[in-house]
Design a protein around this ligand. Structure first.
Ligand code: SDX
Length: 430
C-alpha cells in the first residue's frame, strides 16, 4: 500500500494517495479533492502544484541538477548537437547515425518559409520587437499548412510540423533581423548545418560573405542545447495549457513564445544586458546598484538572478559563464559588461540579502555577453531562447497530447468579488 495523505475537515478525515516519481519526488494526488471535500487547493503561481507527470526533463533545484531524458546537461552541452538534443527531447532517445542524418536532412529540406510570408515583413514596422514577429509568424505557419492543423496528427504529420517549426524559426528570426537593419533577406543554404545556416542568414549579405568560426558556432550550439528544455516553466506550461484545448501545435508554441517574452522569464536575457549597460553608463558602480536592489522601495531586480526551482547555482549559468570566457578569449574581445557581470555576481553571492533568498545567477545572466560577442542584437536574445526552446515545447505538447486521460486545463478560483446585487438603472447611478 503506497503512502497516503490525510486531510481533516469539519471533523471528517479524507485520504489522498501519494505519487512517487523516478527520483523519489513526492506529490499528493489531489484529483479527487473537490469531489470528496467540496474544497479546492489554492496556490497562485503554482509553486506547490504539479500540473502533470513528465518523463522529459528532470530538475533538482536544491542540488542544481538538470537532465534531459536522464542525460546530465553537462554531458549534452559538451558532446551533443542541438538537432541531436531536439530528437532526444521529442523521441526520448539519442538518434543513431542513420536517424540523425535523416532528421538533419529534413531540417535542411524545410528551412524555407513560404514566399508569401515575406509580405508579413513588409507590413511590420522596422522597430517591432522580434518576439512579436516570431509569435505571429509561427502561428501563421498554420495557414500555409492547413493539412497539418488536424486535431489527430499522424506520427508523420507530427514529425513534419516539428521539423518545420524548429527549422523555420531560424529563418523567421534571421529575416526579422534583416528587416530591422534594412538588408535583403539571405536564404537558408542546403550545404550548411543548423547553426551555421542561421549565422549565415543573419550576417551574410550580397556584398559580404560571413565566415562561420568554429568557436562561434560551438558557443551557440552550447546555448541552444542549454535552452532546449526546462520542464514546466511558464512558457512550456503555456504551451501545454493551450494544447490541452486541442489547439494545433503552431498555435500552442506561439503561446509559449509570448509567455517567454516576459522579462521575468525568457525576456530576462535582454533585460540583463540592458541592466549591465545602464550600470556601465552610470559609471560602473556595482555596489550602488546592489544597494538599489536591496532597497525594496526601488522595485529594482538583479535581472538574471533568482529562480523558482533552483535554490542553488543554475547548472546552465555555470556552463555559459565558462563558455563566455572561452569565446571572448578566442575572439580577442574584452567586454566591459562581462567585468560588471562578474562583479555583480561576486557582490551578490557574498551579500546576505541574496544568500538568504537563495538567489544565484540563472540561465539568463551571462548569455547576453555571448550574443553581444557574436553580434546578435540585444532584443534578439529572447528570440534565441525561443528558437532553442521550440524543441522542448514540441516534446511537452506531444507528451501532453499522448496522455490517455487528457483533459482541458481549467484551474478553479476563490471568488472574492461582490455578492449578488441588482442592476442599477442609469438615472439612479452616482
Ligand atoms: C527563466 O521556470 C523556469 O525554469 C524558467 C527558466 C527556463 O529555462 O524556462 O529557467 C528561464 O525564466 C529564468 C528566470 C529569468 N528571470 C529573471 O532573471 C528575472 C529576475 N528574477 C526574478 O524575477 C525571480 O527570481 C523569478 C521570476 C525568476 C522567480 O520568481 P519567484 O520564484 O516568484 O521568486 P520571488 O519573486 O518570490 O522571490 C523570492 C524573494 C522575494 O523577496 P521577499 O519578498 O522574500 O523579500 O527573492 C526576491 C523577491 O523580491 N527576488 C529578487 C530577485 N528574484 C527574487 N530580488 C532581487 N532581484 C531578483 N532577481
Amino acid at each position: 500500500m503506497g503512502d497516503i495523505a490525510k486531510i481533516i475537515l469539519n471533523g471528517n478525515e479524507y485520504e489522498f494517495p501519494v505519487l512517487t516519481g523516478t527520483e523519489q519526488e513526492k506529490a499528493i494526488d489531489m484529483r479527487t479533492l473537490r469531489l470528496k471535500t467540496g474544497y479546492i487547493a489554492f496556490d497562485p503561481g503554482y509553486a506547490n502544484v504539479g500540473s502533470c507527470q513528465s518523463a522529459i526533463t528532470f530538475i533538482d533545484g536544491d542540488k542544481g541538477i538538470l537532465r534531459y531524458r536522464g542525460i546530465p546537461i553537462e554531458q549534452l552541452a559538451e558532446h551533443a548537437s542541438f538537432v541531436e538534443v531536439a530528437y532526444l527531447l521529442i523521441y526520448g532517445e539519442l538518434p543513431n547515425e542513420k536517424e540523425l542524418n535523416k532528421w538533419s536532412a529534413e531540417f535542411t529540406e524545410h528551412s524555407m518559409i513560404h514566399e508569401d510570408m515575406k509580405n508579413f515583413f513588409d507590413g511590420y514596422p522596422a522597430g517591432g520587437h522580434p518576439m512579436g514577429i516570431l509569435s505571429a509568424m509561427v502561428c501563421s505557419l498554420s495557414a500555409y499548412y492547413p493539412e497539418l492543423e488536424r486535431v489527430e496528427l499522424t506520427s508523420m504529420d507530427f514529425r513534419r510540423i516539428s521539423v518545420e517549426l524548429i527549422s523555420k524559426v531560424r529563418t523567421i528570426a534571421a529575416f526579422s533581423y534583416k528587416k530591422k537593419i534594412g538588408e535583403p533577406f539571405v536564404y537558408p543554404r542546403s550545404d550548411l548545418k543548423y547553426i551555421p545556416n542561421f549565422l549565415n542568414m543573419m550576417f551574410s549579405s550580397p556584398n559580404r560573405v560571413y565566415e562561420v568560426q568554429d568557436c562561434v558556432a560551438n558557443a551557440l550550439r552550447t546555448l541552444f542545447v542549454l535552452h532546449a528544455d526546462h520542464e514546466q516553466n511558464c512558457g512550456t506550461s503555456s504551451v501545454r495549457m493551450v494544447g490541452s484545448s486541442l489547439a494545433n501545435l503552431y498555435a500552442s508554441v506561439s503561446a509559449g513564445i509570448c509567455a517567454l517574452w516576459g522579462p521575468l522569464h525568457g525576456g530576462a536575457n535582454q533585460r540583463v544586458t540592458e541592466m549591465l549597460q545602464s550600470i556601465q553608463q552610470s559609471g560602473g558602480d556595482v555596489a550602488h546598484f546592489i544597494t538599489q536592489v536591496k532597497d525594496r522601495k526601488n522595485n529594482t531586480k538583479l535581472m538574471g538572478f533568482g529562480h523558482r526551482v533552483y535554490k542553488n547555482y543554475d547548472p546552465r549559468a555555470k556552463i555559459i559563464k565558462q563558455r563566455t570566457d572561452v569565446l571572448l578569449n578566442k575572439l580577442g574581445i574584452h567586454d566591459p559588461l562581462l567585468e560588471i557581470a562578474l562583479k555583480l555576481e561576486e557582490a551578490a553571492l557574498k551579500d546576505s540579502f541574496f544568500v538568504e533568498r537563495k538567489l544565484y545567477p540563472n540561465v539568463d545572466f551571462y548569455s547576453g555577453i555571448i550574443y553581444r560577442a557574436i553580434g546578435i542584437p540585444v532584443d534578439m536574445a529572447p528570440v534565441m531562447f525561443a528558437m532553442a526552446r521550440m524543441a522542448g515545447w514540441i516534446a511537452h505538447w506531444k507528451e501532453m497530447r499522448d496522455e490517455a486521460d487528457l483533459r482541458i486545463s481549467r484551474p478553479r478560483q476563490v471568488y472574492v468579488g461582490h455578492q449578488q446585487r441588482d442592476f442599477i438603472p442609469m438615472e439612479k447611478r452616482g
